[in-house]
Design a binder for this molecule. Sequence first.
Ligand code: ADP
Length: 548
Amino acid sequence: MSIYDQDLDKNPANYVALSPVSFVERSAEVFGDLPAVVHGRRRYSWRDTRERAARLAAALRALGVARGATVSAMLSNTPEMIEAHYAVPALNAVLHPLNTRLDAPLLAWQMQHCEAAVLITDREFAPVIGTALRILRDEHGRAPIVIDVCDSEYTGGGEPLGACEYEALLARHEPLPRLEGPRDEWDAIAVSYTSGTTGNPKGVVTHHRGAYLNAVCNAATWSMPQFPRYLWTLPMFHCNGWCFPWTVAMLAGTQVCLRKVETRAIFEAMRAHGVDHYCGAPIVHNLLINAESELRDGLTQRVRGMVAGAAPPAAMIEGMARIGFELTHAYGLTETYGPAAVAAKREQWAAANLSEQTRLNGRQGVRYVLQEGMTVLEPQTMAEVPPDAQTLGEIMFRGNIVMKGYLKNPAATAEAFAGGWFHTGDLAVLEPDRYLKIRDRSKDVIISGGENISSLEVEDALYRHPAVMACAVVARPDPKWGETPLAYVELKSGVTVSAAELIGHCRTLLAAYKVPREVRFEEIPKTSTGKIQKFVLRERARSASAIE
Ligand code: ADP
């Protein structure tokens, strides 16, 4: 035992478990008068938000919620969703944000799987939640206690489903004196089911320590100032809004709520509240880029967007520059608390021309500052690939911002952590400057005549055509080549283009074997976060070619 191990123990004065809950207390204490949440005509200061969260915590506790209990939330980006992010962890309970676009059987399946004790649900979702609750009662003989949210900013229908209404419940309970994190920072904070782009929902369990660290990382990575004005264009149910409910709490910023992602509403909110930060999948940024330019009139502040969730096409990165929005490109997964890597910009990039800047910024980049490791490994040998921009391997993470594991799924957990690294399933190369570049998800690669084709590269070429609004390239079974690329395309409104023209356009940019053999103009299925469901398209391509 060294001298430093003697009489120098942890005690409450020198050791407190890390939890993002502590950010809320500090902002209420120091900046209590500043605006915390704006939602239509509703306004809450940091003092109000803390008090509302502390009342919610007291109410949940009275309903029996304690350490390890699950509280599900079926909410849009409203003040209640923010409050749930502060109240539930303060009880050492686990927040289970439900994807508001899921169907009733899946919602019921998730609530059954994570044994939800309480469900906080917005009136808008009453029909689908009503069915999910019936399934739970009929098939499993139990359903969570329901708290209905009747948001005054929501004017549509929807019957209350439970015994208590949110505001009435808050009014009935005195706020907890303090919002505090758990004794053990390894305790679960949230369970989020993967959105299903790969078709297999797994309950990703995260912990207080990781949520705290990634909340700090977001601010550091994005050089966010104190008091940012953050617009909720990213669903908070997706990886806890990439930890931003906690990041903005840390910086005592303002969160501007938004029930729906609509171009006009986004620009209006940006103007009205001086918004300077927002996040989203590429599709969100694409909406803004393609909006009529008048909608941007009067925006005088610098607006910074963070893109992650899917590879941003080069045309999108350039489009952001064109409308004068600053773009940060991040990469991550639900298993890494959302963004976990960033195309960190270097001073010398500014001297490069736009297309080179776009290439550099289009890379998935380097690990977040508080993440211990991220690299590209050959998954069998676990050897790092050389930084030659060519050798393909799998992206792996290691460190304190990686999930605890998958709920009730030890086999999937063990597989994901094999060899002491978290396996992402994303295929990438390491470039000489050690920035990594995703080539594709392993499931999305098209193998044609023995050659690998990155679906992302083909999509990038398609996006360079001015008529293309959205596209997805998948493998189509082919008797001769094994697979060939098939493109699904959605066009911008009011324009037409033929399949032959798009194929010709790709020919000018790609090697012949990568050019889509066929283009179909169809609506592309997307998840609620705007990510394209390639597995649905692959099925479609497969069944279509089976019929032919
Ligand atoms: P799901 O697997 O249900 O889509 P996630 O939301 O966790 O769940 O998605 C993570 C995946 O999204 C990553 O594994 C990767 O394939 C993709 N992704 C996220 N960010 C980027 C990015 N910047 N570039 C390319 N792909 C990305």
